[in-house]
Design a protein around this ligand. Structure first.
Ligand code: PMP
Length: 402
């Protein structure tokens, strides 16, 4: 017998399972609206030209070695990430109250940040939006948090934010609860709070002494504008909150598998930076010892060079514009077909995803009858749409609903 014989099969991860089914499907006009990755107008993955250029340059650079990075990663990368998030003129940077730690993409950043809060501040309660990215719960529980709670966010009926519910749930949260907030382009709903709503959220969090943990997986990718997408984080910093923010370069740099991320930490006093860094060093040391260098070097080099930075900014404008165009195209096709319901939410939402309002049964119908792959929640990745398939997808949605 084996020691492992009693281990039972775990459940599949829905989004990766869906991807596998899509890959295995031999139907010619199959459409993948599942996994959250950018696709070009031909449905193909896109390596950003500025990334290719930098990689070529790096391949020729004999001074780049495969020595270990420091435990907290490449400092030029972390500093550039903090500046990108907070704005380079943010006073907290000059005051030495903000710093960054290179992490394994956004997920690794959430993991390190959550472990820090649990281990060293003894925080045990965390709040996430209902619905949220499906990994928040697991990452926080694995980091030691024992009290998962949700706050209302999506109103099924209006297909908009349930702000009254959101406010009510935060208002009853116990002191020192960690509240996960999507910095922009909320996943999966695509609906962000307005600036007035963010102000109100900050008011409540201040009053209730809650701790903001921002998750910034789409800076620049959402609106095409790095500053606009960082508004909420910068507002909280301006209000004087201490906070942490997980940043991912998966989407905005297209560096999904390179695992490039940063954890930005803002403190009320620079004197706490050194002890915190030393404790973070031990957290990372015991988890994966030190991060990989390649992707972080690519990002750091691009962000440090004015010309390349501009080139990258053009890329994110291009990607976000294509998403916006496809939102409009899908809505227009559904209106043309006279598909029952109001489809304005598709163009009001922002970022990669649309929470279509399709039911699990309708979503399954699309997968099984039309080879269009989407999550049971009705979330679709807008990038999976292109001029060649949007009419097909609209007809299938029409069929699923009518
Ligand atoms: N947070 C949110 C809200 C996300 O959508 C994602 C990407 N799917 C992540 C974090 C982290 O992704 P990654 O670890 O690939 O950077």
């Amino acid at each position: 017998g084996s020691r492992f014989q009693n281990i039972e099969q775990g459940p599949p991860i829905e989004v990766f399972q869906l991807n596998k089914l899509f890959t295995e499907d031999t139907f010619q006009n199959k459409v993948n609206l599942g996994v959250g990755a950018y696709r070009d107008e031909n449905g193909k993955p896109w390596v950003l030209p500025v990334v290719r250029k930098m990689e070529k340059q790096m391949a020729e650079d004999a001074t780049l070695l495969h020595e270990y990075l420091p435990v907290l990663g490449l400092e030029s990368f972390s500093n550039a990430s903090v500046s990108m998030l907070l704005g380079q003129d943010n006073p907290v940077i000059a005051e030495g109250r903000a710093f960054g730690v290179q992490t394994l993409s956004g997920t690794g950043s959430l993991r390190v940040g959550a472990e820090l809060l649990n281990k060293h501040l003894k925080y045990t309660t965390f709040y996430y939006s209902s619905p949220t990215w499906e990994n928040h719960h697991l990452v926080f529980v694995n980091s030691g948090f024992t009290q998962p709670r949700t706050y209302r966010y999506w109103d099924e009926k209006t297909r908009a934010i349930d702000f009254a519910g959101f406010v009510e749930d935060l208002s009853s949260a116990p002191e020192n609860s960690v509240v996960i907030l999507h910095a922009c382009a909320h996943n999966p709903t695509g609906i962000d709070p307005t600036q007035e709503q963010w102000i109100k959220i900050a008011d409540i969090m201040e009053e209730r002494k809650l701790f903001p943990f921002f998750d910034s997986a789409y800076q620049g990718f959402a609106s095409g504008d790095l500053d606009r997408d960082a508004w909420a984080v910068r507002y909280f910093v301006k209000r004087g909150f201490e906070l942490v923010c997980a940043q991912s370069y998966a989407k905005n740099f297209g560096l999904y598998n390179e695992r490039v991320g940063n954890l930005t930490i803002v403190l009320s006093d620079a004197k706490h930076v050194a002890p915190l860094k030393s404790q973070l060093t031990w957290i990372v040391r015991g988890m994966y010892s030190n991060p990989p260098a390649h992707g972080a070097r690519v990002v750091a080099n691009v962000l440090a060079d004015g010309r390349l930075f501009d080139e990258w900014r053009d890329h994110i404008k291009f990607m976000s514009s294509r998403v916006i165009q496809m939102r409009e195209a899908l809505r227009a096709e559904l209106i043309k077909l006279g598909t029952p319901g109001n489809w304005d939410h598709i163009v009001k939402q922002i970022g990669l995803f649309s929470y279509t309002g399709l039911t699990p049964r309708q979503s399954e119908h699309l997968v099984q009858q039309h080879h269009i792959y989407l999550l049971r929640s009705g979330r679709i990745n807008i990038c999976g749409l292109n001029p060649g398939n949007v009419a097909y997808v609209a007809r299938a949605i029409d069929d699923a609903i009518s």
